[in-house]
Design a binder for this molecule. Sequence first.
Ligand code: TYD
Length: 210
Amino acid sequence: MFVTFEGVEGAGKSTQIALAEDWLRSQGRDTLVTRQPGGCALGVELRRILLDARNTHLDPMAELFMYLADRAQHVAQVIRPALAAGKAVLCDRYHDSTVAYQGYGRGLDVARLTDLGRMATGGLAPDVTVVLDLPVALGLGRARGRNAAAGACQSEGRFEALETDFHERVRQGFLAMAESEPGRFAVVDASGSPDEVFALVRSAIAARLA
Ligand code: TYD
């Protein structure tokens, strides 16, 4: 079982993934939590480059191919072996983030990104994709508060620093993808408390796997 979590900045993915992990483990499911970018050794290096707010010069194409390189290596090295071993894999972001951020956000061609995603992943698609949806202003407020608290403004803030319009396009991108593929996507209102949101996440996953 391969489940991915998507959403705009500050939607609460990490909290929901941790709750989903506890839930699956309590049911005796061997579970792997991982993320993109940064779920393998190559990805850790790429993540450092991709999220460094000082890298203002990154060309959108160079950025795109680093996300795809991270994904190709991570699928081959981590996700496919875990699925083959029967694990439930929970991944914080996957190719839908590339379509939302590089496509809807940066303006790269969405159909071509979909093809590139198939190449990078060898066609591995999630069984379920949870989109944690909330108003952009609310998410950015949460994310900036978290970064400031962690002193991470310089090292993990390249996207948080972009204007609200960019994040609004990203949000609308996720919603458009979810509408075109309702069998895989579950859009969850992420504005409530962690427990309230998780009740929705759990039933969305359970319904799609039933
Ligand atoms: P993430 O670690 O999920 O950050 P956050 O917890 O702040 O949401 O994602 C890192 C950033 O990389 C995030 O701003 C979204 C961006 N991103 C892309 O632009 N394209 C991609 O393909 C992926 C996976 C992430």
